[in-house]
Design a protein around this ligand. Structure first.
Ligand SMILES: Cc1ncc(COP(=O)(O)O)c(C=O)c1O
Length: 359
């Protein structure tokens, strides 16, 4: 078996232990003579999977009882629409912090349903740091405040809710969910496409406070949180295999010491990479404010487009894959999600050192 060091931004690396468990269970799940992909989502065996996945996630994130966990489809991008459709109910106005490409896309969709106020933006510097935010930017009454926790493309990351506010806070945690402890009770809604830290692509996790469900009575069923909550995410056929994989990943996470345990490892991984980048005379970090650096998405460059190209190409040839930066940001990006190991990061630093020596 050949396995490379996979730094893909998403769909991304899954823990090898999880892949092997899924492989072993694939033809005959639970002794029923069928795979988990071949059974009804309403069967007893699958119900145990879905309930198990939810209960593990609740435990891992400390999700309070007054929140619902929904397993949906349509990616984080569908949430860019579902959030304003469901939550813009009273003032029909919401704050959107513009900290990156996905934050901007979320705001664009929200404008279809109401007024969007952009209190702060770092677009003018190509999102090379987080926008400066102060509490007085949020004085108007609004239905919620939206921010993208980890800016996957640029490599910046908030350290918790960036403002003191009584507004419901909505956060896109697609590229950082379960990577560090989060106090769920501070949020109105948390959402994440699963394809980075949870499962294969296809599943979207939404964690939503009870009082934010059912605010808009005239939504199409599939776009209504109330319908999904009432039907325990089984209003239609859910993405059963991805939910099964999520359960295996949650079990694996518990074995790593839960979110606190994986967070310690994530800090060590990020520190290893950033320390080397900061000491290097060839590479430098793309994020210009070190305090804003992400522990999941490490962006860097040599400053020379051709050399960057060569780096990604040679890395690929040496079993270090998917290091080319996003097409709109350039440079390189190492996505070091939970399943990327310390050994993977060590291999990357060793390769960077060797590349620096040669160039
Ligand atoms: C922060 C963030 N939000 C949203 C998305 C879009 O997710 P999806 O492709 O699941 O719609 C991504 C994808 O990379 C992301 O990183």
């Amino acid at each position: 078996m050949k396995r490379v060091h996979n730094f893909a931004a998403g769909p991304a690396a899954l823990p090898l232990e999880v892949l092997l468990k899924a492989q072993a269970e694939l033809p005959d799940f639970n002794g029923i003579g069928m795979s988990v992909m071949e059974i009804s989502h309403r069967s007893k065996d699958f119900k145990e999977v879905a309930e198990g996945a939810e209960s593990l996630l609740r435990d891992l994130m400390g999700i309070p009882d007054n929140y619902r966990v929904l397993f949906l489809q349509g990616g984080a991008s569908l949430q860019f629409d579902m959030i304003p459709m469901n939550l813009m109910s009273r003032t029909k106005r919401a704050y959107y912090i513009n900290s990156g490409n996905f934050a901007k896309k979320a705001a664009k969709e929200a404008r279809l349903f109401g007024e969007v106020i952009e209190p702060a933006s770092s677009e003018d510097c190509n999102y090379s740091h987080l926008p400066l935010i102060s509490d007085d930017m949020f004085s108007e009454d609004a239905d919620y405040l939206h921010f993208t926790y980890n800016n996957t493309i640029y490599g910046t990351e908030f350290r918790g809710i960036p403002v003191k506010t009584d507004l419901p806070v909505v956060s896109d945690m697609t590229s950082c969910i379960l990577s560090e402890p989060v106090d769920v009770s501070g949020y109105g809604l948390i959402y994440a496409g699963a394809q980075k830290n949870i499962a294969p692509a296809g599943l979207t996790v939404v964690i939503v406070r009870d009082d934010l469900i059912g605010l808009n009575p005239s939504l199409p069923s599939m776009l209504d949180y109330a319908v999904h909550a009432k039907n325990d995410s089984m209003y239609n056929t859910p993405t059963t295999f991805a939910i099964y994989m999520a359960k295996l990943v949650f079990e694996w996470l518990k074995e790593q010491g839960g979110v606190e345990g994986i967070h310690r490892i994530n800090l060590e991984k990020a520190d290893m990479l950033y320390s080397y980048i900061d000491s290097s005379s060839l590479f430098h970090g793309i994020v210009d404010n070190k305090a804003d650096r992400s522990i999941m998405s490490v962006t860097f460059t040599t400053g020379d487009k051709d050399l960057d190209e060569r780096f990604s190409k040679e890395a690929e040839e040496n079993g270090l894959t998917n290091l080319k930066g996003h097409r709109i940001a350039g440079g390189m990006r190492a996505s070091i999600y939970n399943a990327v190991t310390l050994e993977d990061c060590k291999a990357l630093v060793d390769f960077m050192k060797e590349f620096e020596r040669k160039n």
